[in-house]
Design a binder for this molecule. Structure first.
Ligand code: NAD
Length: 359
């Protein structure tokens, strides 16, 4: 039976890379009944919002979506459509594998790690008080009274909530992921020595959860030390679990270790729904030019195939992507030794080369 999956093409270069990805997924032989849903700045005029209710309903119905990048429209009340989607669907885990593929131009050849980032809490909770506002004033007064701490009156304040519930959920997710995919070690990353009641709680909770997974090694690293370790010896790490902000920063650092945004896949997963998307944005300057690299979204498609139980198809597609990258012929401009290399192919042609590799 065909899998019913919501397809959001997004805007900017989104439609080109989603078309390429859909073709690659279909070429694995897996049957998918795509349900098209709209989102992004291109649908603002039609719906008065970049995120129509029908799109959310489609994902709620089908449980799984493949999504192209979406530009954050300015002046709509949405900080980001992508963040809104994650919040509305309670997609609490952001999973970003960072793996080196032979042929990718990178200083590191031995990286194969997975970032599990908490997606709902921390400084991304969106609770902020503007400098000079009544709220900021009251908070400063409250803190002075209760903690005896002086905050300058012209300060802006952002709140960093981290809960035991949210931490248990994400750390459990990281261990379950490690078990499912045969990973050996989970490393939690915080700044617990400085933020004892937020990061400290994350660290303590992670230690507690780890006790239930004696088959998997567990360790903790401070985020500053982790940055240095990742640059010096990334091969020592396997699955990293982090609060939202450090997860965001370390994800980009690790994407850089394995060749950059063009190959960085991602998934946002909750207990009911999952949305698969590349780490990169809509690269609007290249929209309609058949130029950008489809690999990150195709590899997100690989994660999606695994999620829906199509492991064999996922392996076949990943091997084909790896084969095309290794050959280095039918790849987009960003994977060539120089960015103006005349032998670079377009988005569509790279996808076609991947499809040929599967046949
Ligand atoms: P971007 O990722 O779109 O682009 C950053 C740089 O990377 C650019 O130089 C671009 O040319 C290059 N790049 C990106 N994807 C590429 C690809 N597939 N192949 C080759 N090169 C690629 O980031 P930005 O410019 O900061 O953001 C553009 C818009 O995308 C913003 O509105 C932002 O909010 C949005 N965004 C959306 C998502 C998402 O949908 N999940 C994620 C990040 C940013």
């Amino acid at each position: 039976m065909a899998h019913k999956i919501t397809l959001i093409k997004g805007d900017g270069t989104g439609p080109e890379i989603t078309d390429a990805t859909v073709k690659c997924i279909e070429a694995t032989g897996v049957k998918v009944d795509w349900e098209l849903a709209e989102a992004g700045q291109d649908v603002m005029a039609k719906y008065g919002t970049p995120l129509p209710d029908s799109t959310i309903e489609s994902i709620r119905k089908n449980k799984v979506a493949l999504k192209g990048p979406i530009t954050t429209p300015i002046g709509t009340g949405f900080r980001s459509v992508n963040v809104a989607l994650r919040k509305m669907l309670n997609l609490y885990a952001c999973v970003r594998p960072c793996k080196y593929y032979e042929g990718v131009r990178s200083k590191y050849q031995n990286v194969d790690l997975v970032i599990v980032r908490e997606n709902m809490e921390d400084l991304y909770a969106g609770i902020e008080f503007e400098a000079g506002s009544e709220g900021a004033g009251k908070l400063i007064e409250f803190i002075a009274k209760n903690q005896g701490a002086k905050i300058l009156p012209d300060s802006g304040i952002s709140i960093k909530p981290i809960s035991k519930t949210g931490t248990e959920r994400i750390v459990k997710f990281a261990f379950e992921y490690a078990r499912k995919y045969g990973r050996k070690k989970v490393t939690s990353v915080t700044k617990a020595n400085i933020m004892k009641h937020s990061d400290g709680l994350f660290m303590k909770t992670a230690e507690e959860v780890a006790k239930k997974y004696s088959d998997i090694e567990y360790e903790h690293r401070l985020v500053d030390n982790m940055c240095m370790q990742l640059v010096q010896k990334p091969e020592l790490y396997d699955v990293l679990v982090l609060p939202n902000l450090y997860g965001d920063i370390i994800s980009d650092l690790c994407a850089g270790l394995v060749g950059g945004l063009g190959v960085a896949a991602g998934a946002n997963i909750g207990s009911e729904y999952a949305v698969f998307e590349a780490t990169h944005g809509s690269a609007p300057q290249y929209a309609g030019k058949n130029k950008v690299n489809p690999t990150a979204l195709i590899l997100s498609g690989v994660l999606m195939l695994k999620h829906i139980g199509e492991e064999k198809a996922a392996d076949k597609l990943e091997k084909a992507v790896a084969g095309v990258i290794k050959e280095g012929k039918s790849v987009t401009y960003d994977m060539k030794p120089s960015r103006d290399d005349p032998t670079a192919v377009g988005t569509k042609e790279m996808a076609e080369a991947i499809i040929r590799k599967m046949s």
